[in-house]
Design a protein around this ligand. Structure first.
Ligand code: SAM
Length: 345
């Protein structure tokens, strides 16, 4: 077991840490949460879990192996760093860099670049045969300043936002204003906890955002939409990203023509940019949750979004699901989404 730390996205208060924990659970990693700080999470887990986070997470930015955790006080930080054995981290001749990331405005009295330089000097004193290389370092020492604390260690991974930017709704060949942003879609897929090779089903697939994100983490995907033009559009988007699906069907989510799935990830229409075809969103949520229950085995999950005002956690529990978690995402003045995760019991 190793002490690991993660710099989380500031895009949402609760989703990044929940997504990260959901990925660890999905991949079967036992872990202990040491501390949740503002935009940072410290855990104890098998080092190999970093690969799973790197390949799946949307809302984690950086991962590191913790070496120092102390009060954000320059003297304390330097003293702690001097007591670290760097032999196993820095080999002879290797180049290194120190990078300090500050969450929000924490510890303004500490100047990031000055601390980077002073830590670099301590490292050079301890590992004489290493050298500073700011361009292409072999090893990066990453420090995160948050809540008047510093977490410092060897950087193990970075999740680039680039690929998510490339999949923004307007960058896809088929666009519709109801499309889910790719990071949120990926996060919802992760919260439903599908393993590689399992089937992810979206009964309101629209432009295919959820299924594209699920396919990119090597899940099988199946979707349906009541509108033929949306099904055609989804297929166009799939082709653009080289994604194969088990099928995209023109059908009604309330009566899906399928026998089983491993999980459901979906965003029903709210009657604004996406039509509900004379049903209310509340009715659709209820009916699709009922239909999904017949497709899932015990312990499998549904991750569903809906306007907060509908209180879908009550809908799910009334239908016999176990409510695992809910997150509230502000969209604009008249819409806050609830993202709820339910487990079939
Ligand atoms: C909010 S949009 C889904 C957006 C999708 N998550 C995306 O990112 O593109 C809801 C979709 O549900 C479809 N829809 C509405 N009523 C439906 C029903 N009864 N069964 C299946 N699809 C339905 C609409 O055509 C619309 O494409």
């Amino acid at each position: 077991m190793a002490r690991l730390f993660f710099l989380l996205s500031g895009e949402h208060e609760t989703l990044p840490a929940s997504e990260l924990k959901a990925i660890l659970q999905t991949e079967g990693y036992v872990f202990t949460t040491l501390e949740k700080l503002d935009q940072a999470l410290r855990i104890e887990a098998d080092l190999r879990c970093i690969e799973a986070i790197r390949s799946r997470a949307a809302l984690t930015r950086l991962c590191g192996l913790e070496m120092v955790y102390c009060k954000a006080d320059t003297n304390k930080i330097l003293k702690s760093m001097r007591s670290i054995n760097l032999k196993r981290v820095l080999k002879e001749g290797e180049g290194f860099a120190v990078r300090i990331k500050r969450v929000k405005n924490y510890s303004p009295e500490i100047q990031g670049m000055a601390l980077e330089r002073r830590l670099g000097k301590v490292i050079l004193d301890k590992a004489e045969k290493a050298k500073v290389d700011l361009e292409k370092p072999d090893k990066v020492f990453l420090g995160v300043l948050t809540e008047e604390k510093l977490i410092l260690g060897q950087k193990l991974g970075e999740i680039s936002p680039k690929s998510f930017v490339e999949r923004r709704p307007r960058k896809k060949p088929f666009f519709h204003p109801s499309a889910m942003p790719p990071k949120l879609a990926r996060c919802m897929v992760n919260l439903a906890r599908p393993k590689v090779g399992e089937l992810v089903f979206d009964p309101f697939c629209g432009t295919g955002s959820m299924l594209i994100e699920a396919a990119l983490i090597d899940c099988h995907v199946l979707g349906l939409d009541i509108q033929k033009r949306m099904v055609k559009g989804s297929l166009e988007n799939f082709a653009y990203f080289n994604i194969n699906s088990e099928g995209i069907i023109v059908a009604d989510a309330r009566d899906p023509p399928i026998a089983r799935t491993d999980c459901v990830v979906t965003d029903p229409p709210y009657g604004r940019s996406a039509t509900t075809f004379r049903r209310t969103t509340a009715q659709l949520v209820k009916e699709v949750l009922m239909a999904a229950s017949a497709l899932l085995k015990k312990g499998q999950r549904v991750c569903i979004a809906a306007p907060k005002t509908l209180e879908i956690q009550h809908t799910g529990t009334t239908l016999g699901y176990k409510h695992l978690e809910s997150h509230f995402v502000y969209v604009h003045r008249s819409l806050t989404r609830e993202i709820a995760v339910f487990e079939k019991v």
